[in-house]
Design a protein around this ligand. Sequence first.
Ligand code: PLP
Length: 412
Amino acid sequence: MVTELVCIVCGRSYPPGDLQTCGVCGPQGILDVRHDYDAITPILTLEALGRRSPDHWRYRELLPIDPGATLPPLRVGWTPIYDAPRLAQNVGVRRLFLKDEGRNPTSSFKDRASSVGVLKAREFGYDTIACASTGNAASSLAGLAASIGMSSVIFVPQRAPEAKIAQLLVFGATVFRVAGTYEQAFELCRAACGHFGWYNRNSGTNPYLVEGKKTAGLEIAEQFAAGGPLGGELPDWVVVSVGDGCTIGGIGKGLHEFKRLKLVRTLPRLLGVQAEGASPIVWAFEAKTDLVPSGAETIADSIAVGTPRNWRRALAWVRASRGAMIAVPDPEILEAMRLTARLGGVFGEPAGVAGVAGLRRAVLQGLVPPDSSVLAVITGNGLKDIRSATEAAGRPHDIQPDLQQVEAALRS
Ligand SMILES: *Cc1c(COP(=O)(O)O)cnc(C)c1O
């Protein structure tokens, strides 16, 4: 039930259609999708939601899709939330929950956005959809496009991990590996979409994709509000890793919408986490200024973004929640990879666990009080980046098939 698209910079309103950004403000003018909440509130009750399928289409009235659209067959969303008491103790908070987004069909959070993206492309009459991505948006798009028989074209920067590229190729995407940065791949993709008439899934600017991402916020609210093992009370903080800023912006919007529907009364505060080598949104937050592009050096390839497109929306939601932003160095991200796996049982890629690293720092710095309950969104699966996993966890004992060597290795 979309009513209009509104520019987050100048406030101009556009009818919902095949638009990317505001015609007056240009690429800065990110468009926000607005809905008729008064019409939706009586429909989306907790009871009604409780009868719906366990995927993110349960929020279809809040998504920019045709009521009659044929949905992709893959199951996206409604990912599990786990209580992780030993990790909570290590990190220094009262309670810590992990939402495992690695359980989505292509193993990352990005499936929430891509599933909406392919439907918009089809609705607007495109047969090919393209994106530039550090990896996950691409593999996700390739998978979702394959699932509905659409072609995909992907531009990846040099640094994308091999496993993510393998994912693209196996789904049948046309893959261009660009000798350059993510920013250069992004610009090339935009130019190619204009030239060849492809639909642009770049989540930094496409207004509809954030709507898919917001379902994680809706889910967090519903999974807690519905009671059960999670206890009926929302966590005090939700921690999210930040690259372009769409994920945290989407989650902020989703949480807020759940309140708007009068299904919860209070909302968690948002903690956004960037890698120190790519932290322009943290700088802008602390300096209270506009964004200044930065370098993009970090092992967390999925958040290696020096020129984020959606920083305004990210900061707006962080501030509205009375939240905070923090940067973490790569060694702490690798440590969080070990800890989240060993103490929480969830294997995340570096960007997937950066939130846990940031939470640890935020507790040490007094930003997050130790008596807090916290949910960390683990945004992507660790098998996507084996090199970093090996760096974090070391190598096996190489031995002969000999019991004495087992003993010797255990002693060493
Ligand atoms: C894309 C991504 C992020 C960050 O999302 P943004 O919208 O770029 O801020 C975090 N973690 C993973 C695993 C991702 O793929």
